[in-house]
Design a protein around this ligand. Structure first.
Ligand SMILES: Cc1cc2nc3c(=O)[nH]c(=O)nc-3n(C[C@H](O)[C@H](O)[C@H](O)COP(=O)(O)O)c2cc1C
Length: 210
């Protein structure tokens, strides 16, 4: 089958398959603060690292019209900082609770019964007991084009200013995926535990001097 992105129905598919095709995606569980001092936490799976040195990450927040932007985007544009938490294996339910559509100002750390650990390089708490967290400074927001219902995403790029790693997930100087146990988002309502790893070196191409 072949179809234009929003014509999946003509191809016999029940749901937009994009997120099932671009899967698995890491989950950026993003904590942020407003200028009023309110604290926010929500998961974003349009999330990834986009540059290693300097370390830069990106997430993308959906808006249902200009009046309905997500609290995370509002906070990040207000204060210029955020923290990306990595969801621990035992924290999937809490992550899901924090995705609820709570009113602005309601602290999802409380709703999900999570502890707050003060940030080091940014004035944003990270989630207690996470295997890792990335403290970030806002680099740039990019308003992406809207659909015909006036809904659009805003991509948010952040420079990583500090990295927290729980010592318990480090083995012989490397992060152990088995201990980090990252939870990934698939399409539909599906998630994946990533637990099958293999190593592969890149080819070394030798150029002969002419
Ligand atoms: C696993 C997961 C991934 C999500 N990824 C995104 C995303 O990438 N972009 C987005 O706009 N919403 C995403 N959502 C929905 C938001 O988490 C949800 O709208 C939340 O209420 C936003 O909170 P906020 O307004 O406090 O930022 C996701 C939800 C879940 C459960």
């Amino acid at each position: 089958m072949f179809f234009e992105p929003m014509n999946y129905g003509n191809a016999g598919l029940e749901h937009n398959p994009l997120k099932a095709i671009v899967a698995p995606r890491p989950i950026g569980w993003i904590s942020s603060c407003g200028v009023d001092g309110s604290i926010n936490l929500a998961p974003y799976s349009f999330f990834n690292a986009v540059s290693e040195d300097p370390a830069i990450v990106m997430f993308s927040a959906q808006a249902f019209g200009p009046e309905h932007q997500k609290d995370t985007l509002r906070n990040v544009t207000e204060t210029g900082v955020f923290t990306v938490n990595i969801v621990g294996a035992s924290q999937v339910q809490a992550m899901n609770i924090s995705s609820g559509d709570y009113p602005y100002g309601e602290n999802e750390f409380n709703a999900a019964k999570l502890s707050m650990i003060p940030g080091t390089t940014v004035n944003v708490p990270h989630v207690g007991n996470v295997p890792a967290a990335l403290e970030c400074m806002l680099l740039q927001t990019i308003a992406l084009p809207a659909n015909d219902r006036g809904e659009n995403y805003t991509a948010v790029l952040g420079t990583v200013t500090g990295i927290f790693v729980d010592d318990s997930v480090v083995v012989d100087g490397k992060i152990s995926y088995a201990l980090l146990a990252p939870v990934a988002r698939m399409g539909y309502r599906d998630y994946a535990n990533i637990n099958d790893f293999f190593e592969l070196g890149r080819p070394i191409i030798k150029f002969e001097d002419p």
